[in-house]
Design a protein around this ligand. Structure first.
Ligand code: ATP
Length: 243
């Protein structure tokens, strides 16, 4: 049993609702994200994990209360929330394929491209690719550009949506290494279906089902319990790739 008290919350989500037309996707989602480590947001396909991240960052129509370091942000626009310290890496990577890697990075800050120290530290493979068109990169390399872009800013919290989706096992491991390194200094709220990766880097899990949080607790304990993972997520550890 770990007697360490839980870290204070950096983000609190309370009674979060999202409706798309007649579809009531989130029906009172409530959870905290501790100020350190990795919190994995899990759930079956289509339960609203991406919608939860979008609602936090202001890209989905929401009601409820969302606080960052105790300050309410639920009525703020996305640009203000980002300036307030939340970084967001969307699921579809969204690199600009017609721009070079360096230009993609300089969209965030014109003064910092592939020569930024964080790129050399975390994404050495990108250093020599500054002039390559981002659209010609592999999926894993595009994911690195997407992560690097958000890490050029100082963030108090990062929301990262399925960073390993569609990647080969070796690249999943590389992305996991980067996320583990980033999490040493910045708390992460991570949507991720790869349970070995969750087991490796997540501290806490929040599981959503039918529009609500149905489980909240220690990541290792959930992943170590095959009956519970099957019940909550409908998956068995064996079907998922390595991290
Ligand atoms: N813009 C939208 N308009 C209408 N319905 C939407 C919209 N975005 C998402 N939905 C619906 O909301 C529900 C939740 O979608 P969401 O993408 O948040 O799920 P998810 O848990 O991230 O899924 P997955 O694991 O498959 O990525 C789905 O039924 C989806 O079809």
């Amino acid at each position: 049993m770990n007697d360490t008290p839980p870290a204070a919350a950096i983000l609190s989500v309370a009674d979060l609702h999202v409706r798309y037309g007649g579809s009531h996707v989130l029906q009172g989602v409530t959870f905290d994200v501790p100020a350190t480590g990795v919190t994995a947001l899990l759930g079956r396909n289509g339960v609203g994990k991406t919608t939860t991240l979008k609602a936090i960052i202001g890209l989905a129509p929401r009601t409820g209360r969302i606080t960052l370091r105790g300050n309410e942000i639920q009525s703020q626009r996305t640009s203000r929330i980002v300036r307030g310290g939340i970084g967001y890496v969307p699921e579809d990577r969204e690199v600009f394929g017609g721009l070079t890697v360096d230009e993609n990075l300089r969209l965030v800050d014109p003064d910092r491209g592939v020569d930024a120290p964080v790129v050399a530290k975390l994404f050495p493979d990108l250093v020599g690719r500054g002039d390559q068109q981002a659209g010609t990169l592999s999926g894993g390399q595009q994911q690195m550009v997407s992560l690097a872009r958000v890490l050029l800013r100082r963030n108090d919290l990062l929301l990262i949506d399925e960073p390993t989706k569609g990647l080969a096992p070796k690249l999943v491991t590389e992305v996991a290494d980067v996320l583990a390194e980033v999490a040493r200094t910045t708390p992460l709220l991570l949507v991720e279906q790869n349970l070995p990766l969750v087991r490796r880097i997540a501290d806490q899990v929040v599981v959503i089902d039918a529009g609500r949080v149905v489980h909240h607790g220690d990541a290792a304990a959930l992943v170590a319990d095959p009956a519970l993972t099957r019940e909550l997520l409908g998956v068995s550890m064996r079907r998922k790739g390595a991290a």
